[in-house]
Design a protein around this ligand. Structure first.
Ligand SMILES: Cc1cc2nc3c(=O)[nH]c(=O)nc-3n(C[C@H](O)[C@H](O)[C@H](O)COP(=O)(O)OP(=O)(O)OC[C@H]3O[C@@H](n4cnc5c(N)ncnc54)[C@H](O)[C@@H]3O)c2cc1C
Length: 410
């Protein structure tokens, strides 16, 4: 039965999309969107990219205030979901308001992981998740400033590239032996290592931050590493995120890495869905439990919930895709490449582009590209096929993805 009152907790990428898609697809009941950040819902990806350069916050908004009014989406900002009372199907907000729901969507996202090292509380130590965080970082970055980034993942490297271009002296400390090691192949890591080093960023692999040194007045002065320290005016800690699951857990929902959902995004309580960064879901033929941190995932899971609420349930099976912009390099990933047992890297003749084909058990599971958007789009089409191409097919087509597509759809 279609619910009459939908409450959405969390007004980021996923939460906003649920509200927008409900209206776009004809839902005529009540929609209440609650978010704990101040202001209108906005997108996060530009925070570590254009926004750090331009400071233009208007360009981040999904839609302006009129949109919410015209679409009868009641939006409460600066308000936290404090508790879910399942017995009477209500949510309680941190200002004491109580709202009933027929269906509740949890789109609570994630928060930055805090490192268990001394000095995390010092002035000049920052993390990036929100617009407010981005504004602090943007105003702090200046030519000649020493920035130490702890963590060589997407966000840390995006800021490193932007800060270096702005004239800062940037050092990146990465604990593992290569950049972005959790999510990309060694060929991509090496490509970006060379690019960042050529842009003057000092990248130290296999280097763990052991603590942040106080300058004696409560401000960060250096990051301690094995056998020494790296001077820092500013320290950006970019060491992954932790899903916001506590409120769901307190309400008795099943939590496993994220808020556990099935392939329809239903939690262990049928009247509650969870989506985006906070949700863990079964993926692929073997139903491996995963949690993804990406715009595509939040949007597509939001649409999946809306279709179910409107009586058109479709299991969630979208091809995951991601991107990261670092200096002049656009990295795009189609599929999940971390489990690959065979990778073939194909740089273009002039070295301007790179495509890495990733296979597992003889089947294509993902494609990573640098400055090759055509290959990326083609890879997404191939990976969406009921049976992805085999290694033999890709080899026979000379690793030309258009030719692979022609071969498999012949
Ligand atoms: C700096 C940065 C750059 C990124 N770049 C990319 C990129 O290039 N490509 C890409 O695919 N992805 C990128 N991402 C990731 C992407 O933005 C997230 O995966 C996406 O926003 C997830 O959507 P979500 O709705 O699950 O969570 P979010 O968009 O994080 O929204 C969750 C919202 O819920 C709020 N909230 C939490 N608890 C409560 C509560 N109790 N009550 C009310 N509200 C609450 C949070 O404050 C937040 O506003 C980036 C993320 C960051 C931070």
């Amino acid at each position: 039965m279609t619910p009459k009152r939908v409450v959405i907790a969390g007004a980021g990428q996923g939460g906003f999309q649920v509200a927008a898609s409900l209206r776009q697809d004809g839902f005529d009941g009540e929609v209440l969107l609650v978010g704990d950040e101040p202001g209108l819902p906005y997108q996060r990806p530009p925070l570590s990219k254009e926004y750090i350069k331009t400071g233009n916050a208007d360009r981040l908004l999904f839609r302006n205030a009129d949109f919410f009014e015209k679409n009868a989406i009641r939006y409460l900002d600066g308000r936290r979901l404090a508790a879910i009372h399942r017995a009477d199907a209500t949510v309680e907000l941190d200002d004491g308001q109580v709202h009933g729901f027929d269906h509740l969507v949890l789109a609570l996202g994630a928060r930055n992981r805090r490192l268990p090292i001394a000095g995390m509380e010092l002035e000049g130590v920052m993390q990036l998740r929100t617009l407010a965080d981005a504004e602090r970082i943007r105003t702090a970055i200046a030519p000649g400033l020493s920035l130490v980034v702890i963590g060589g993942g997407f966000i840390g490297l995006e800021i490193a590239a932007t800060a270096a271009a702005a004239g800062a002296k940037v050092t990146v400390l990465e604990a593992t032996d290569r950049l972005m090691s959790r999510v990309v192949s060694p060929a991509i890591s090496a490509h970006f290592l060379a690019m960042h080093r050529a842009s003057g960023v000092d990248i130290r692999l296999g280097t763990m931050a052991r603590g942040i040194r106080d300058n004696g007045r409560g401000r960060a002065a250096a990051v301690e590493i094995e056998g020494g320290a790296v001077d820092a005016d500013l320290v950006l800690v970019s060491a992954g995120i932790v899903p916001n699951v506590e409120i769901a857990e307190a309400a008795g929902l099943y939590v496993q890495d994220g808020i556990r959902v099935n392939d329809l995004m239903e939690t262990s309580a049928a009247e509650i869905s969870a989506i985006g960064d906070c949700a863990s879901f079964p993926f692929g033929h073997d139903g491996t439990l995963i949690r993804l941190e990406s715009v595509q995932n939040a949007i597509d899971q939001a649409k999946c919930v809306v279709q179910r609420l409107l009586g058109r349930p479709e299991p969630y099976d979208k091809v995951p895709w991601f991107w990261s912009d670092q200096a002049a390099f656009k990295l795009q990933i189609a599929g999940l490449t971390a489990g690959a047992d065979h990778q073939v890297a194909r740089p273009s003749d002039d070295g301007a582009k790179l495509t890495v084909h990733c296979f597992r058990h003889g089947a294509l599971i993902g494609v990573e590209t640098v400055n090759a958007p055509g290959d990326h789009m083609m890879a997404r089409k191939l990976l969406a096929l009921a049976t992805p191409p085999t290694l033999e097919t890709v080899e026979a087509a000379g690793y030309d993805l258009k030719a692979v597509f022609a071969a498999v759809s012949a």
